[in-house]
Design a protein around this ligand. Structure first.
Ligand SMILES: [Zn+2]
Length: 147
């Protein structure tokens, strides 16, 4: 059984279609969402606000990824972009404006296109700017990040 609490996949887990995080099995897409949420929470905490109300932040992130079905890669990219371009994020709800920002959408299009071109040319991808992995997250032991 997939451990992702908001799992929408219908495919049953077997040996080839899952990713382990800790001792738990996840669908590949669910693992991606799980790790993206963690990365987004941490980035928000580190770079936007250390006094953020986590219940609010988690609710917003869950809503964007699980209800609105925004791609976790895009969401993470958009937050990074907003921080790097000093786009104001006053509170978690600002994330709705961030993901809807047309400059960010354009930048993401360019970013994915560039990535695609490189893959086609089979050149090594220099994605130092934005790295996104679905490796198991390291344990921080911070209860406040749960969710
Ligand atoms: Zn799942």
């Amino acid at each position: 059984m997939c451990k992702y609490p908001y799992c929408k996949e219908t495919e049953e887990l077997c040996d080839t279609n899952h990713i382990m995080i800790g001792k738990n099995k996840y669908h590949t897409v669910c693992a991606k969402k799980f790790n993206a949420k963690k990365a987004i929470r941490e980035l928000y905490y580190e770079r936007v606000s250390k006094t953020v109300v986590f219940a609010q932040l988690n609710k917003t992130i869950n809503n964007i990824i699980d209800d609105k079905d925004v791609s976790p890669e895009y969401f993470y990219f958009a937050l990074r972009y907003a921080i790097n371009h000093q786009i104001t994020i006053n509170y978690p709800a600002s994330l709705y404006y961030v993901i809807d920002n047309s400059d960010i959408k354009t930048a993401y299009k360019k970013f994915t296109q560039k990535k695609l071109n490189k893959e086609v040319k089979a050149e090594p991808i220099e994605s130092k700017e934005i790295t996104f992995t679905i490796d198991p997250p390291k344990q921080t032991g911070w209860g406040i990040f749960g969710g």
